[in-house]
Design a protein around this ligand. Structure first.
Ligand code: PMP
Length: 378
């Protein structure tokens, strides 16, 4: 039986997008490929509200996008400030360390994010060329106030990178209005496309910065090697993930057909539905209320529920979720709810949680979570 994949990425892939994936492979420099690539690139700019930015799509995943973002903006004389609220903020620190990029980290306790005032205070103390932020850290569910950081960074001359791997396409990101210089992301989460692509959009300022650097310590990840290909996708630099790009182009088409305001509102409703269902069953949320995002929920088990038993039985009932990372392992599970989840899929998942808890002998009013979720979905 196919299981509903509600881990925090990859997300379930809609049949229309899967159809695009399995169509015959075409040449990486063919007009068909170029048309899909251009559709994806143009759509991407709309999704992150960037009028003049340069979008990049190439084979890889979110971690490659992180490298691309930092290597093409931070030069040898620059210092980077990383705002970390979890595992993936810490990964940006490791990337900086791997490439010898000077950096500092402001770390928030797991479940929260760095308040904008703390960013402002740090900027009064030290000089930075780049600030890098994780929009939603998948380890904790904490969603950073990226618009407010943008206000702090406005007119500072500092380049502003946002890791949108667990947000872009499901939570608003407005590059132009919020002063974001790089959105880095990947295909497999809120876009609802299969994994396999690194995706970035660079602002004009970020492009100017790259062009001002004589070189970067990268070859495949050097955006100046990709720029001519993104402008004319019939040109060759390195072979595209042809099928993935075609699937991603369809994911983008679906997003624009739905319309971004409607899509973001749907993600909000979906998050509310899952949380209403789980709250009635005695789960609390790990993420502090002020930092909840709409793409992932991190429910903490009631005392009577064992993590391994719950996730194994839930899997048998058709739904896959992820366990906690590091110190949170065993205490909570991580539930991704992004992309193109249908109302039926959401209700199926809530019903599966109920069924699982019945099997585990956990007392609750049967049907209550499904009705609470239904009430939110309208
Ligand atoms: N950043 C965030 C916020 C993520 O959630 C992830 C993946 N879970 C990554 C970066 C890394 O992406 P990938 O696994 O596609 O390399």
């Amino acid at each position: 039986m196919e299981k509903l994949l509600l881990i925090p990425g990859p997300s379930p892939v809609h049949p229309r997008i899967l159809d695009a994936l399995v169509a015959p492979t075409v040449a990486h420099t063919s007009p068909e490929m170029a048309a899909d690539m251009s559709t994806a690139l143009d759509g991407l700019k709309k999704i992150v509200s960037s009028a003049q930015g340069e979008p990049f799509i190439f084979a890889g995943a979110g971690t490659l996008s992180m490298e691309v973002a930092i290597l093409n903006t931070a030069g040898p004389d620059d210092r980077v400030l990383i705002l970390s609220q979890g595992y993936f903020g810490d990964r940006m620190e490791e990337i900086c360390r791997s490439f010898g990029i000077a950096h500092d980290v402001l770390r928030a306790p797991w479940g929260s994010a760095i308040p904008p005032e703390a960013l402002a205070a740090r900027l009064r103390e030290s000089r930075y060329a780049v600030v890098s932020v994780t929009h939603v850290d998948t380890s904790t569910g904490a969603c950073a106030p990226v618009e407010a950081y943008g206000r702090v960074l406005k007119d500072s001359g500092i380049l502003y990178i946002v890791d949108g791997v667990c947000a872009t396409g499901g939570i608003d990101e407005r590059m132009d209005a919020w002063g974001i210089d790089v959105v880095l992301t990947a295909a497999q989460k809120a876009f609802g496309a299969p994994p396999g692509l690194a995706i970035c959009v660079f602002s004009e300022r970020a492009m100017a910065k790259r062009k001002a650097l004589p070189s970067v310590p990268a070859y495949y990840s050097d955006i100046l090697r990709w720029l001519p290909i993104m402008k004319d996708p019939k040109k060759y630099f390195s072979t595209h993930g042809v099928n993935e790009v075609r699937a991603f182009a369809d994911a983008v088409r679906m997003m624009l057909e739905e319309g971004m305001p409607a899509r973001l509102a749907r993600h909000q409703r979906t998050a509310r539905a899952f949380r209403a269902g789980l709250a009635g069953l005695g789960f609390s949320l790990f993420t502090e209320a002020a930092y909840l995002g709409d793409t992932i929920s991190v429910p903490v088990y009631p005392a009577a529920v064992d993590d391994a038993a719950f996730r194994t039985a839930l899997g048998r009932n058709g739904v896959v979720v992820a366990g906690g990372l590091a110190g949170t392992a065993g205490k909570l599970f991580r539930l991704g709810h992004m992309g193109n989840l249908s109302r039926d899929q959401i209700l199926f998942a809530v019903e599966a949680v109920e069924k699982t808890l019945v099997e585990l002998g956990y007392p609750f009013a049967r049907g209550s979570a499904v009705s609470a979720a239904q009430a939110e979905l309208g």
